[in-house]
Design a protein. Structure first.
Length: 324
């Protein structure tokens, strides 16, 4: 247990200080220098309500490029933010970007105290639902407003004039690019320090309207508008199933052959009759053919006489049979 405590205390100590001993051989003196290890500052994250639709406390971070303390982007599922902006925040970069028609609007930021903000670039970039009055925002220290309302197609400052102090702004590239609903008069803006105004009002409601654009020292340079290609649905090619060849089966009359019988039909003689009827050797097929081709003969036996009547000729015969 003592070893574990020693190791823990040693690791804590070495994480705070790194000691490098240096020997001075001339004076036999030992000198050591200690360097304090710098720890990275931890920045807070958003704190949400239970249903994640409201931010109770705003989070922020240090932007890796600008090194400015930047607000963390507001997620699309949030509909309410605190009315107080943390004073540590210096940048609103992409704070409310990428919100579309199927998202709910956000409230609570309309009266933020933005006196410490120096960067508002891309704050409402591609936000297609925002249209609130931001006249209360303090923009006296802002230097960068690039693409702030780019493609914010519904933004018109709630229909009210947008009176901002822009004395410190140096770049307004694409600030209202594509904001087709924006029609406020910006002639009162001080843009003396602006050196980059490319595509400032391109595609907006004040595009090429000299009566509403700021009084530029250098004229606005606008690039041609390139329409986004419409997404094409993949073409579905339906190949028809190959047709089956038509087979014509001729109608055939099937005649079941009559089985030949070798056994002659049994005849039952009448009692008290001495007449012996010989077995017929004629087959059924022969009999049927006889019926069709020769006159039928009916024999009637009466005692010792047989009267045969020919149906074909109708001539009676009397046949006498002498008993032997």
């Amino acid at each position: 247990m003592k070893k574990i405590l020693k190791l823990a205390s040693y690791s804590i100590f070495t994480s705070l200080f790194i000691s490098i001993p240096i020997f001075n051989f001339n004076n036999n003196e030992k000198t050591s220098f200690s360097f304090k290890q710098e720890t990275k500052k931890q920045y807070p994250y958003h704190k949400y309500s239970d249903d994640k639709t409201e931010i109770k406390e705003l989070g922020y971070y240090e932007h890796p490029t600008t090194k400015k303390v930047t607000i963390r982007p507001i997620p699309y599922h949030v509909t309410k933010v605190p009315e107080q902006l943390p004073t540590d925040i210096e940048s609103l970069y992409r704070a409310f970007a990428f919100r579309y028609e199927h998202h709910e609007p956000v409230t609570g930021f309309e009266k933020w105290d933005t006196k410490n903000i120096t960067d508002m670039s891309y704050a409402f970039y591609d936000n297609q639902i925002v249209n609130v009055d931001l006249s209360k925002w303090n923009t006296s220290k802002v230097t960068n407003m690039d693409s702030m309302f780019r493609n914010a197609i519904k933004f018109n400052n709630g229909g009210d004039p947008l009176s901002w102090t822009t004395n410190s702004v140096t770049s307004m590239e694409s600030m209202f690019d594509g904001a087709k609903s924006f029609k406020q008069n910006l002639m009162s803006w001080n843009v003396d320090k602006v050196t980059n105004n490319k595509n400032f009002s391109r595609g907006s409601g004040i595009f090429k309207d000299q009566s509403k654009n700021p009084k530029w020292k250098n004229p606005e340079i606008d690039e041609p508008i390139v329409k986004k290609p419409e997404p094409k649905q993949p073409k579905v090619i339906i190949h028809p199933s190959p047709s089956r060849p038509k087979v014509t089966i001729p109608l055939t009359k099937i005649i079941t052959p009559v089985a030949k019988s070798n056994q002659s039909p049994k005849t039952t003689p009448k009692p008290n009759s001495s007449l012996v009827i010989p077995k017929s050797t004629m087959t059924q097929s022969n009999q049927s053919s006889k019926k069709l081709s020769t006159p039928a003969i009916i024999g009637i036996v009466v005692g010792t006489q047989a009267v045969l009547t020919s149906l074909g000729f109708g001539i009676p015969y009397i046949i006498k049979k002498i008993k032997k």
